[in-house]
Design a protein around this ligand. Structure first.
Ligand SMILES: Cc1cc2nc3c(=O)[nH]c(=O)nc-3n(C[C@H](O)[C@H](O)[C@H](O)COP(=O)(O)OP(=O)(O)OC[C@H]3O[C@@H](n4cnc5c(N)ncnc54)[C@H](O)[C@@H]3O)c2cc1C
Length: 419
């Protein structure tokens, strides 16, 4: 398959763009594979890519019920950051951040990673103290973090209201300068192309409908395109985890599926060149390369498998954005959409062997699995090949919920909405 290069661009421009090859094949499923990955989202595709690239395991199929990018990988608000407090989270997400920094070159696919920074705003002195603690914890682990004063924030984003009469006055903020955004669908396509060229079969429109078993052991899947056997079956279906695991007889998981919505406004002239989060509720916003403001907030207030949301969250997000940037009042919202988030009870993910022999589970990404995509795939591939976790995902077990060894970043308890 051709490398993408400036020369290839010129050559194809001169011949009417007729010679571009499809980025991945459309193979028929084989009767059996070494590994089947269920779910062609970011995590499933990254897992297949690193199975092939890092471990030489290429007899792999990714089976996806729809088209690539139809799930959360193509629906998120693209924030990439590693500004965590707890060491197991910080180390894992910082590993991901370092992988993002080289991802476009690694994949030979421009994922448009833009390190424009991510600023968490503090609206009380106590919140600023809390951010200082998190920033110090990050710096102890070698991660970049800076506390900003209100006047520094005003210089960075002149449209923000830092006046004392603001509904939620701003006392400062915690900035991670290396955080930023990436182009979500390019991430899916880049991993798909990279996996395909190493021999992985990516099989779209192939919903998994059940599992093949020999006793307790999982030995393959049943799909709408027939049965496929495998030595190992890896599940990476994000918001559909509960439904898919139920097909294997796992009735209860410490996960709830909820809808998370996102919104984009009409294009504006560039005025916001960082990601900013509102600290007195839940609202995050960045300005896309096309000029639209991409924003989101809390999950909807009840469990759902529908990929569309409801109006109360629209009102919430818009009112919080206006509290920060009152001048945005006349701006029109162009589009809104929803994705299915797999919310764990402690807000941290699960990347593990089991829970059945022959099965591997990757889920629980809550609000923030896009930024984890490279490290998640990398660690999951290691876990599948070695039958044990890498030290970076050793804490992200399923049985931590049995043993009470929770990784509760914000100390919120079993309240998915707050993680
Ligand atoms: C609106 C929104 C905003 C977000 N914003 C951010 C953000 O700013 N930063 C961040 O880090 N994260 C964000 N996230 C979270 C992030 O998008 C997800 O955590 C992450 O994408 C989940 O992993 P994935 O890409 O593998 O999931 P998905 O892309 O959802 O992949 C799972 C795949 O499994 C497939 N599947 C399901 N059932 C079956 C079956 N039976 N058979 C075969 N295939 C099946 C689905 O079709 C889907 O393609 C956001 C999510 C949403 C919804």
């Amino acid at each position: 398959m051709a490398e993408y290069s400036a020369l290839a661009l010129v050559r194809n421009a001169l011949n009417g763009n007729r010679d571009w090859k499809p980025a991945w094949r459309k193979p028929e499923p084989k009767a059996s594979y070494d590994v089947i990955v269920i779910g062609g989202g970011g995590h499933g595709l990254a897992t297949a890519y690193y199975l092939a690239k890092e471990h030489g395991v290429t007899n792999v199929a990714v089976v996806e019920k729809g088209w690539l990018g139809s799930g959360n990988v193509g629906r998120n608000t693209v924030t990439v950051r590693s500004n965590y407090l707890l060491p197991s989270n910080t180390r894992f997400y910082e590993h991901s951040m370092k992988m993002w920094e080289g991802l476009s070159h690694d994949l030979n696919y421009n994922v448009m990673f833009s390190q424009r920074g991510c600023l968490n705003l503090a609206h009380t002195p106590a919140q600023l103290d809390d951010y200082a603690r998190r920033g110090n914890a990050m710096r102890h682990l070698g991660v970049d973090a800076e506390l900003m004063t209100p006047s520094e924030i005003k210089r960075l984003m002149p449209a923000i209201d830092i006046s004392a009469k603001a509904r939620f006055p701003i006392f400062g903020g915690l900035m991670q300068p290396r955080a930023g955004t990436a182009r979500h669908d390019a991430v899916a396509w880049g991993y798909a192309r990279g996996a395909d060229r190493r021999g992985v079969d990516i099989i779209e429109n192939c919903e998994v409908t059940g599992f093949l078993r020999e006793g307790e052991r999982i030995v393959g899947v049943t799909t709408v395109r027939g049965d496929i056997r495998a030595k190992k079956v890896a599940v990476a279906v994000a918001g559909s985890t509960g439904r898919v695991m139920q097909m294997a007889g796992i009735e209860r998981l410490p996960i709830e599926s909820h809808v998370l919505q996102a919104f984009v406004t009409e294009s504006l002239k560039p005025f916001l060149d960082t990601v900013v989060t509102f600290g007195m509720g839940h609202c995050y916003v960045n300005q896309s390369d096309k000029g639209g403001l991409v924003c989101g907030g809390d999950i909807d207030g009840y469990n759902s498998y529908a990929q569309r949301g409801n109006l109360p969250i629209v009102e919430d997000v818009m009112s919080e954005m206006l509290a920060l940037f009152p001048g945005l009042g006349p701006v029109r919202v162009l589009r809104a959409w929803g994705g299915l988030c797999d919310m764990t009870m402690d807000g941290s993910p699960i990347i593990t062997t089991g829970p059945l022999p022959g099965m591997y589970l990757n889920c629980g990404w809550c609000y923030g699995g896009f930024k984890a995509t490279p490290a998640s795939g990398w660690c999951f591939a290691h876990t599948i090949v070695r039958d044990e976790p890498h030290e970076l995902n050793a804490a992200f077990t399923l049985d931590r919920f049995h043993h009470g060894i929770l990784i509760d970043e914000k100390g919120q308890g079993a309240t998915p909405r707050l993680h």
